[in-house]
Design a protein around this ligand. Structure first.
Ligand code: PLP
Length: 395
């Protein structure tokens, strides 16, 4: 009667959502201030004032029919021009409006790009730990996801493991840096090595292998860490971007796809992106927020608050005996569970009202993800619970 595959996707909630729902129920029982919910990656820093100012000004002064009407399927040409000019200025590439497709966030950027590229039998490689929706997106495009483990010491790309994962069926690689859930920023050296392998494999197999850069956290980096712009390292690059985190607008659903002008037959790839957007019904992203974003390009939310949270949590947890990599970006801390089974550890943490996401679905068992996009005050209040949890494991 209906697609069993879709029923399964619709009813098996993600472990993150399950924990979040549990948290809401628990907050109703014992009070919101007593539950330390670190489950969701919902920005806790408000959008910069320019967003509200732009929205108010547009609503008060712009023609309503224009403001709420359809734009081009691929997004307003003026917005695409502005984004292209901004990227060119930042990264020294040469994009125009015709390289850009405006989307409803990074999720749509990814699903459209994957649909645009996939032919029967294709594989996409990503690196563990990875955003669990990649599997859903890749499989929905008709391809399969191949997972390459990262270096367990620092969660950088293990190029040896990666090279072995590339086959004649590899259509592309999805790279997410700064990373959800590890917070790791892939170093320039490792990017160069990865791109070298891709160049070699393209020659060996005689077809393009695309690098899909999923970068909703590009601007969320600390201590001056640089995130290499992949179009400058590899021609067959497609950037999937979102304003969800950089402008704290996850509910407004605005992002873009940028196809490198140096990609082989980029015009054909862009046409496939437009076709995939059409076939998925992802045409004309919300008009009002296309206009808002056009006035806020280059702005970000106050990242210093996330840095403060990172420092507070990382310093305290390592002092209590937890092991984790100090994240350079995004707003997640990826912590080794204090017992082998991260699900059991997460259940134990719940006894201390700590909601920590077990990371099995991120492809790295034995870890939990802590989203520190919460108030600094919540982190401060949670520290005794983290200490007590560590003590329960003899730390
Ligand atoms: N990719 C990664 C790595 C993410 O963490 C997220 C959201 O958390 C997305 C994509 C989806 O972003 P958006 O809300 O813009 O669709």
């Amino acid at each position: 009667m209906v697609s069993e595959k879709m029923v399964k996707l619709g009813t098996n909630r993600s472990v993150i959502r399950d924990l979040f729902e549990y948290g809401n129920q628990r907050k109703a029982e014992i009070g919101a201030d007593k539950v330390f919910d670190f489950s969701l990656g919902n920005p806790s820093v408000p959008a910069p004032p320019a967003v509200r100012e732009a929205a108010l000004d547009l609503l008060q002064n712009e023609d309503e029919l224009l403001l709420h009407g359809y734009t081009s399927a691929q997004g307003d040409a003026g917005l695409r021009e502005k984004i292209a000019a901004y990227i060119n200025g930042q990264h020294g590439v040469h994009l125009t409006a015709d390289n850009l497709y405006i989307t409803v966030g990074a999720a749509a950027s990814l699903t459209i790009s994957l649909k645009a590229l996939t032919e029967e039998g294709d594989e996409f490689i990503t690196f563990a730990p990875f955003f669990p929706e990649y599997r859903v997106f890749v499989e929905n495009a008709g391809a399969s996801l191949v997972v390459a483990d990262s270096d367990p010491e620092d969660f950088q790309i293990d190029c040896g493991v990666f090279e072995k994962a590339v086959t004649a069926h590899t259509k592309g690689v999805i790279l997410n840096s700064p990373n959800n859930p590890s917070g790791v920023v892939i170093t320039e050296d490792r990017i160069r090595e990865l791109c070298g392998i891709l160049e070699k494999k393209q020659r060996e197999y005689g077809h393009p292998i695309f690098l899909i850069s999923d970068e909703p956290y590009r601007e969320l980096v600390y201590d001056g860490v640089k995130v290499p712009y992949l179009m400058n390292y590899y021609d067959n690059t497609i950037v999937c971007y979102s304003y969800s985190k950089s402008l704290s607008l996850p509910g407004e659903r605005i992002g873009y796809i940028a196809v490198s002008e140096k990609a082989a037959e980029w015009k054909k790839i862009y046409a496939a992106v437009c076709g995939a957007g059409r076939s998925l019904g992802y045409v004309c992203a919300p008009s009002l927020f296309q206009q808002v974003v056009a006035r806020c390009i280059g702005q970000t939310s106050d990242v210093s608050i996330y840095k403060k949270n990172r420092d507070l949590l990382y310093n305290a947890l390592t002092e209590y005996g937890y092991r984790c990599i100090r994240p350079d970006g995004a707003f997640y801390l990826f912590v080794e569970a204090l017992e082998k089974d991260a699900n059991a550890f997460s259940a134990k943490a719940r006894e201390y009202e700590l909601l920590l996401v077990p990371a099995d679905s991120f492809g790295t068992p034995g870890f939990v993800r802590i989203s520190y996009c919460v108030s600094t005050e919540q982190i401060e209040r949670s520290l005794p619970a983290f200490r007590a949890l560590a003590e329960a494991y003899g730390k």
